[in-house]
Design a protein around this ligand. Structure first.
Ligand code: NAD
Length: 276
């Protein structure tokens, strides 16, 4: 198992030392609009994670009734503040406000989630600084297994702008041979069975089955799906059937895999933005 919690804790400890040694103050400024419960819980956890890494956390809350102009105005103001070096926007935004449009206003050098199209472009051009955090987490977890990516056959199941596509590009940059699959790809299991690395990022519970995987392959599960468990209660599962663990050489669990590592990668991006 690739333990995302342990890897994440290691990243936070390393950051803490790096930030302390820099002698500089590192802070993350997050914008939360409205009263979405899951976003508020996420923000609370983020404050805790920041503290553990020695990062100050400033939460800017805007009322649920805020319109595009108010949210955009706040972001633009934060872009001009010298003391603010790292900005993120909690989603979802209130209904009717296009999150991508707001995200594209975040100054690229302060965009620690890597959601401004300029940063996605930087990923393609090979500048690694502010890469979307989930993609970075997946890559770090693959690298933690010690596999040589150059020449490795990788299949990324799922091709969204913020997860699947950046993962595929990061793998291409490591000179892997990459197949990007999506819901229209025919017979995906025939592709994954040939792969050294399979990344599941489709948002479909238990999509990847044991007979999709070559024995010994690295399997990274990005999926986060809420399903009803046998006891009738809600449970979080990934895109990979847990039975894949019997076949894979390495596998990241859900929960406790890509999720906590993504949080750690955000903090690393915060340090990058602040200390560069
Ligand atoms: P999305 O819905 O934007 O994109 C899904 C992609 O998967 C699309 O390219 C679609 O064509 C493809 N797809 C859908 N069904 C498929 C199928 N049956 N076979 C092959 N491909 C299929 O989703 P997203 O935002 O990329 O998120 C994907 C998953 O990752 C979700 O479960 C999401 O909750 C999770 N996620 C996790 C993290 C994390 O930190 N762990 C972060 C972001 C997203």
């Amino acid at each position: 198992m690739i333990d995302g919690k342990a890897l994440g804790a290691l990243v936070r400890a390393t950051l803490r030392t790096r930030i302390a040694q820099s002698g500089r103050k590192v802070r993350l400024d997050a914008v939360l609009v409205g009263n979405d419960r899951s976003a508020a819980i996420y923000a609370q956890n983020q404050a805790k994670n920041c503290a553990e890494a020695g990062i100050e956390y400033h939460l800017h809350t805007l009322p649920a009734a805020s319109g595009y102009d108010e949210i955009a105005g706040r972001i633009l103001l934060m872009n001009t503040e010298d003391s603010i070096r790292a900005i993120m926007l909690h989603v979802p935004l209130p209904a009717g406000i296009d999150a991508e449009r707001v995200q594209s206003l975040i100054a690229p050098e302060k965009d620690v989630e890597g959601v401004n199209p300029a940063n996605i472009g930087n990923v393609v051009y090979g500048r690694r600084s502010l890469v979307p955090c989930t993609a970075l987490a997946a890559l770090e977890m693959i690298e933690s297994t010690g596999i040589t990516l150059r020449g490795a056959r990788c299949v990324v199941v799922g091709a969204s702008n913020i997860v699947g596509k950046p993962i595929a590009v990061l793998l291409m940059r490591s000179e892997a041979t990459v197949i990007s699959a999506n819901k229209f790809t025919a017979n995906i299991s025939s592709l994954t069975r040939e792969a050294d690395v399979v990344i599941a990022a489709a948002g479909v519970a238990a999509l990847v089955k044991p007979d999709w995987i070559r024995p010994g392959a690295v399997v990274i599960d990005v999926g986060i799906n809420r399903v009803t468990g046998a006891d009738g209660k809600g449970v979080t599962v990934g895109d990979v059937d847990p039975a894949v663990a019997e076949v894979a050489g390495w596998m990241s669990p859900v929960p406790g895999g890509v999720g906590p590592m993504t949080v750690a990668m955000l903090l690393r991006n915060v340090a990058e933005a602040a200390l560069r």
